[in-house]
Ligand binder design. Structure first.
Ligand code: NCD
Length: 314
């Protein structure tokens, strides 16, 4: 397979076509062999990654650090960097230029939509978007896609139900775009009326001919669901916290929910969870958010770093 990701930025999931998705899935499987086998490799030895995080993160930050280290590379960890408006331009560009001169790749998380794209314009080294406000989170979508295809062997023919804050959830925005590459996938969107998927994204799915529908009741679509993708209500995006308080536990997955879900279905969540999935669900074999999705995050980020930093497909 040709490595079309070599030296490229990864800013939006629109940078990924079917070829790249397949490239990431195939490489992530090899990375899993490395990680669970020898534990490490030296294919990225001599490579340095800057992790520039203006917003909190545990899993994304930690799995990128784990990924580069398992491949023999090193990192500059910058967490809790003081936020300054991208619209003012200067600070972000200066910061990006600074760390681009020290390192081979920059992974950035920032509260403003479009910030990673702006960073890439100033950066002579590749930039990976690790979340830009309510915009996108392409590496999360790739790890979610890997989790789905690894479990089912495909994504076509599946019904994927996304539930929760579809308006503000950037993981949802990137994942539905990625799934829409595969026309035979069925997407069910379940949210309170004020947290519906942005209209522009919904229109795009419809234009692409994806079988998609919106619902307020999870019960309407639960029995047909193969992948139940649960998300938290994004507190940090609310100006009025009383609205957040009313919505935060709108959908809670419990042992009762499981009774209606197919035996072969899987439950996913990008995490952190704040009560959307009851702890009792964790013990169920369908709880892939515990058993697969987190580890897959590291394998997929190993794959992405390796594909962007090396021409060879491992
Ligand atoms: C997500 C994010 O930051 O968008 N978390 C993550 O990267 N795993 C989801 C969330 O914060 O709800």
């Amino acid at each position: 397979m040709t490595n079309t990701l070599y030296k490229k930025h990864l800013i939006t999931i629109s940078d990924i076509g079917k070829h790249e998705a397949e490239l990431v899935v195939t490489t992530a499987r090899k990375m899993r062999e490395i990680a669970v086998g020898k534990g490490a490799s030296d294919i990225l030895s001599g490579k340095l990654m800057t992790a520039l995080f203006y917003e909190p993160s545990s899993r994304t930050f930690g799995s990128f650090i784990a990924a580069i280290q398992r491949l023999g590379g090193a990192f500059i960890p910058l967490q809790g960097v003081t936020y300054s408006s991208v619209s003012k331009g200067e600070t972000l560009s200066d910061t990006v230029r600074t760390f681009a001169s020290y390192s081979d790749i920059i992974v950035i998380r920032h509260p403003e939509v479009g910030s990673a794209g702006i960073a890439s314009e100033f950066s002579p080294v590749p930039v990976i978007n690790a979340g830009d406000g309510v915009g996108e989170h392409p590496t999360q979508a790739l790890l979610d896609f890997f989790t789905i295809t690894d479990r089912f062997g495909k994504s076509e023919g599946l019904t994927v139900t996304l539930v929760g804050d579809l308006l503000n959830g950037r993981t949802v925005h990137s994942l539905v775009k990625l799934l829409s590459l595969y026309k035979k996938v069925t997407i069910r969107l379940v949210s309170p009326a004020i947290l519906r998927l942005p209209g522009i994204l919904l229109d795009r799915l419809r234009e692409l001919g994806v079988n998609v529908s919106e619902h307020t009741l999870l019960e309407d679509v639960l029995t047909e669901t193969d992948v139940l993708y649960v998300t938290r209500v994004q507190k940090e995006r609310f100006t009025d916290l009383t609205v957040y308080e009313k919505l935060k536990r709108h959908y809670v997955i419990t042992g009762e929910t499981l009774k209606q879900l197919k035996k072969a279905a899987i439950i996913m969540h990008p995490f952190p969870r704040v009560g959307e999935i009851a702890m009792e669900v964790d013990l169920d074999p369908r709880a892939h958010y515990i058993t697969k999705q987190m580890q897959n995050g590291m394998f997929v980020r190993m794959a992405i770093l390796s594909l962007i930093l090396r021409k060879e497909v491992t």
